[in-house]
Design a protein around this ligand. Structure first.
Ligand code: HAM
Length: 407
């Protein structure tokens, strides 16, 4: 878990603002849901997933309810959808932290933050394309280039059992050579074995049957239409026949953007897919849906590596330096701020020298100084801090004068 300070936090703000603007332009509304839900909500993410089996921050609250801090956003959003039943298609975006008790490593944190978008209530493959295009457009707006969209289809309720059976047969035949962990997951859900990054499993996984060979005609048509849409939008992709993603709720399209500057298993800049069964599993009517989550920390690391989205500047325009008693520093700073000039000041009645040092450190371009002389004359001294002559002006002209200097 990390602490984020200024000026790094200014990049977070810029990132979220860019995403918010892209989501708004595409008709998504901001939705805020609780960080804590009944544990059953997240169990729908999949009993065989690492997230549910090993990584959840779950506990009994003081009322004796089993609850968990969210490991991902989608299940909570769908719980909210089922509870409030907004009109469909429901297009929602959100941003916030998620908690997974993972093995911490570079770009893998126990608290990470996601930007998330979902479309609930349509099975139209154009919605899959729109969701992918939203994430792609956001990456592009940031200037990210070194990334690949990888795509697969897991098929529908008709395709999936046949595939799961074929996969189970293959893995069972080679069970003796699989890692102990993969043998354990095989018993729960053969698809999860495909997530294994253990070298011992690599060869067996590479020889495993692939989902697209088992798609029903309807699932094939859906997948083809998604690809046509992507091509017509000029979004290039690669089909990755073993991409299954680490959550059990997916059907049809699954995708990830792999960042080339990020290492190995931590290279996903965002991922998602269709999940046509989750609404029903959470107690709603059968309702198709599609969405993605994108990790803020990883996107920022990729921006660093590609030299885009430069660090923010947490600088004020003006610094107020007052050496007299009284409330001049409070009043002048408030006046400047109300006029749209960012302003700061020192606290604690410090010496002129110490205050000027603080002004320098603040990065301000202008110091507004009030000493005994100025106070007696009803004036202020306005001193440019990056070259130029200082001037004494009537207090009533302060804002006008500072704005001229800043311009
Ligand atoms: P996910 O693939 O588990 O999907 O997470 C989405 C993104 O969050 C990843 O691609 C990655 O960028 C980031 N991420 C995940 N775990 C970590 C971590 N430990 N440290 C840093 N970043 C991380 C979901 O959570 C789904 N709810 C996405 C979705 C929405 N599917 C449909 N709708």
């Amino acid at each position: 878990m990390r602490d984020v300070f200024a000026p790094e936090s200014a990049r977070w703000q810029a990132l979220v603002a860019t995403f918010a603007e892209h989501a708004r332009r595409a008709g998504y509304g901001l939705v805020l849901t609780p960080l804590i839900e009944h544990v059953e909500v997240f169990q729908r993410v999949g009993d065989s997933t690492d997230i549910v089996r090993k990584e959840m921050y779950d506990f009994d609250d003081k009322g004796g309810r089993r609850v968990a801090v969210r490991p991902e956003i989608t299940a909570g959003l769908i719980r909210a959808y089922v509870e409030h039943r907004p009109a469909t298609p429901w297009k929602a975006w959100t941003v916030g932290p998620n908690f997974r008790y993972e093995q911490p490593q570079a770009a893998r944190y126990r608290q990470h933050h996601q930007l998330d978008a979902e479309i609930v209530g349509t099975a139209d493959p154009d919605a899959d394309v729109e969701i992918i295009a939203l994430l792609d457009g956001f990456h592009r707006a940031l200037g990210l280039q070194r990334r690949t969209l990888v795509l697969n289809s897991l098929g529908d309720s008709e395709s999936r059992p046949a595939y799961a059976e074929a996969l189970r047969a293959h893995l069972t035949a080679h069970a003796g050579d699989l890692s102990a962990q993969s043998r354990e997951t095989l018993a729960l859900n053969p698809l999860r074995v495909l997530d294994s990054k253990r070298p011992q499993d690599a060869e067996i996984i590479a020889a495993a049957p692939v989902t697209i060979d088992y798609l029903s005609p309807a699932a094939t048509a859906h997948f083809e239409r998604v690809q046509t849409g992507l091509r017509d939008l000029g979004i290039s992709y690669e089909i990755s026949p073993r991409l299954v993603r680490g959550l059990d709720y997916y059907t049809h399209t699954v995708f990830e953007f792999a960042g080339h500057s990020l290492g190995g298993a931590q290279n996903a800049l965002g991922g998602g897919g269709r999940y046509d069964g989750l609404v029903e599993q959470l107690g709603g009517p059968s309702t198709p849906a599609v969405g993605f989550g994108a990790g803020i920390e990883r996107i920022l690391l990729a921006c660093d590596a590609e030299g885009v989205l430069p660090g923010g500047h947490e600088q004020v325009d003006a610094f107020v330096v007052v050496t007299t008693e009284g409330t001049d520093a409070l009043v002048l700073a408030a006046e400047l701020r109300a006029a749209g000039v960012s302003a700061d000041r020192a606290f604690g009645g410090r010496s002129m020298r110490a205050q000027m040092k603080a002004a320098d450190r603040s990065g301000a371009r202008v110091a507004v100084i009030v000493g005994a002389d100025e106070a007696a004359a009803g004036e202020v001294t306005v001193r440019p801090l990056r070259g130029g002559d200082q001037q004494r002006v009537p207090r009533s002209d302060l804002v006008k004068h500072v704005k001229e200097l800043l311009a």
